[in-house]
Ligand binder design. Structure first.
Ligand code: HEM
Ligand code: HEM
Length: 197
């Protein structure tokens, strides 16, 4: 598999960014939706710091991914895709980029405006504050963080649904070209000159 995208497949770099970020967003969603219920023990703060650290990681990965996408381009739409479907897919992809950048940014803004102590990224270094304490801004950023997350959920449901629809019903390459290529099938005995029956 090539590193760069080709006219008919996503390369290894785009695939790795895609699936790693899917896993991180899933983990962030589970932790984000449950952490508010935790008892206020030292572990509570540890879980919040883990959520924030993972979120900043997604922000950094998304910026790298955006750079790679602008450099490496995208495959052509799968043969036979109507123009309107290709246009919707392209708009959805850019909207997913915007959301996966805006969600961690709004979280970071909320953390900054809340006037809390700086948190350490996975315990390694202090993450700087974007703004000084500001209760109004903190409330707005927190609402935006939650709202944008639910917009992402709806869009991802449509996006993943479309991918599975193409795979199961259209039986085209849309999903397969975002997955590592399977090894070629072993040759049959009659085709394999080294085969001993
Ligand atoms: C792609 C990245 C991220 C995702 C998908 C995500 C997702 C979520 C979700 C689903 C919630 C629960 C929302 C609710 O129901 O109230 C949440 C809460 C929270 N997130 Fe994130 N988050 C991300 C990044 C960040 C970052 C980078 C920070 C801070 C640096 C952050 C800080 C917080 C905080 C402090 C809360 C608790 C809000 C509250 O008190 O209600 N998040 N996040
Ligand atoms: C189980 C969930 C998911 C599935 C099955 C899935 C599947 C796919 C497939 C098959 C493609 C290639 C489409 C094509 O070639 O036209 C793709 C592209 C893309 N997906 Fe997903 N996806 C999922 C979740 C997500 C999530 C959570 C995001 C949020 C960031 C996302 C963002 C993107 C983007 C931005 C592209 C365009 C390719 C790029 O620029 O890297 N996907 N996805």
């Amino acid at each position: 598999m090539t590193l760069k995208n080709t006219p008919d497949r996503w390369g290894a770099v785009s695939q790795s960014f895609h699936w790693l970020i899917v896993l991180l967003i899933l983990a962030l969603a589970i932790v984000g939706l449950t952490m508010g219920e935790l008892p206020r023990t030292p572990k509570y703060f540890w879980v919040y710091t883990a959520h924030k650290s993972m979120g900043i990681t997604v922000l950094a990965l998304m910026l790298l991914r955006l750079g790679w996408r602008l450099y490496a381009g995208a495959p052509k739409p799968v043969a036979g895709t109507p123009t309107w479907q290709a246009a919707i897919a392209a708009v959805t992809h850019w909207a997913l980029y915007a959301l996966a950048l805006a969600i961690p940014l709004s979280g970071w803004l909320y953390d900054s405006a809340s006037g809390l102590r700086p948190f350490r990224w996975f315990g390694l270094f202090d993450v700087p504050k974007l703004v000084g304490p500001n209760e109004w801004l903190a409330d707005q950023a927190r609402d935006a963080h939650e709202l944008l997350f639910w917009v992402l959920v709806v869009l991802v449901a449509a996006h993943a649904g479309a991918a599975f629809y193409h795979h199961l019903f259209q039986r085209d390459d849309t999903l397969a070209r975002m997955l590592p290529r399977r090894r070629p099938r072993p040759t049959t005995p009659t085709q394999d000159p080294d085969h001993v029956a």
